[in-house]
Design a protein around this ligand. Sequence first.
Ligand code: ZN
Length: 658
Amino acid sequence: MAQDRWNDDEAALHAGELALRVYSSRLLGQDPALVLHGGGNTSVKIRETNRVGEVEEILYVKGSGWDLATIEAAGFTPIRMAHLLKLARLDRLSDLEMVNELKTQQTIASAPTGSVEAILHAVLPFKFVDHTHADVIVTITNTDGGLERIRSIYGDQVVIVPYVMPGFDLARLVAERFAAEAGPQTIGMVLMNHGIFSFGETAKESYERMIGLVNRAEGYLKAQGAWELPGSEASAVAGDCRLELTDLRGEVSRAAGFPMLLRAWQEPADLAFAVRADLDRISQQGPATPDHVIRTKSLPQLGRDVQAYAAAYRAYFDAHASQARTPVQMLDPAPRVILDPALGLLTAGKTAKDCAIGADIYRHTMEIIQRAERLGGWRALSAKDIFDMEYWELEQAKLRQGGRSPLFQGEVALVTGAASGIGRACVESLLARGAAVIGLDLNPAIEGLFKRADYLGIPCDITDLNALRAALEQGVRRFGGLDMLILNAGMFPGGKRIAELDDSLWRQVMAVNLDANLALLRESHPLLKLAPNKGRVVVIGSKNVPAPGPGAAAYSASKAALNQLMRVAALEWGADGIRINALHPDAVFDTGLWTEEVLQARAAHYGLTVEQYKTKNVLKTEVRSRDVAELAAEMCGPLFAKTTAAQVPVDGGNDRVI
Ligand code: ZN
């Protein structure tokens, strides 16, 4: 049941009508079964005295870009009621014209643009208006006989409005229906295939009516035996899905025309839905609410052929575009949700956040569809209605505004030794360029290094082949593949002359600096090969490669061998379009390698103070981790598109290298 979260003590802390509007809007926003990712909106009508002393009635309606769960007073747009009511009497008004009217009639210039449902809120003759796309309402209104069901649940307490796309036409229809059907008994309104409104003279009244109405619908679903979701014995694929997922992500990216992330979700409910025998029929009908157009592809229907889906999508576009009011530009034809009996629920998106939102929305959609099926059959909107939503004038306008996307949007990078120093700086430089990043490190702190959807930190000893494979598996399930690899992890034992160098230290250095990188390159190759923009590898080498020093035999030899490995990889992988280049940093002191002890030993070795040692280069400049990381990131970008097997010093100029 939707929980009544109203608390009189808390409400008392909110002085004034707008503050109470903020309070109860947040209560609605806290319940994902009512409000999901920007869905729903609320308003309050307040009388105010303007600058020239006139009393005006102002509609404070949720502004676009704000989420009810976290909305503040500044998130409500104040718009003059008198003008909104005049607009509501017009015969027609395009969406773009309507947005212009909302914008020019707001009384705070810096407020966000008011909701496209602003005129609808204005025509409802109540002080407080609450609107959600509650799952239970969407469930019932998307079934055969949905309208009769709603009538039987609510009687004449709600006005019922057939489906019309949000915008001016809907506001007009609501005004008509309301004038004809509303009476003193009216406490709400149901928009078919869309959602529900409640009204009241106080914030509490309107909020509690919403909860009450929604709970009556839930009670109805339970009484009809349509509430319990089917269980399933299906279980996730435990084995290696790396290639399968990377290949699929490559297909999705090809269909889209740009790199996309792909995330695999395998909760029991995801698998239970994905194995349904009627999956093709129920998943291909379209979205649950006008807010969330999600293009779904169930693999059984089209095999594994994403291109077949893309062709079907183009046909769908061609069939409807000619009837559109204004010319429309086709969106990329890649699916955003893919259902597979073995892999579960897969969501594709330009960013990790998009993938997560897609899954969140689709999980609600799966529940809605399954309950509607039990109730009498899921009946989504027509293809024409879905097309109108997807190619909404306002969405097209947003598309035209465009804006440049980040350099590595939709791409995945893996960085080793990522918990500190150059590795950590590489993670930051790659994230800043829009990549999703997998960070590996021995240090368990790697897991919580960044708290964001596009970062995955995995504690991993890269010299352990099984751990390395498991980390790649985890990374691919999270982001869908691998485009960039930064080989950074390394160890630098203190200075030791060859005469004192024992075998075990030598082998340890080789295992970390050389053998682990060979394994990682080998394991990554099939993934890099499938990268939509071709794979890129950057090896963090060392000045010691071109200019070794005494006392660092194991380190210098391991880095020189790694450098040679890089050159051979460039030769072998060039045909796959994979570029691999090396950076040779020197004297980067903000890294994990340089303990105070090592620093002093090296300085003493050269007969310098630590300070002199730090800027001991031709340019007399200190080289920081960030300098190396920025260059590493750029080496994965278009500047180095035609360069492979290059060795670039980043050392302030070293006279032995020069
Ligand atoms: Zn709505």
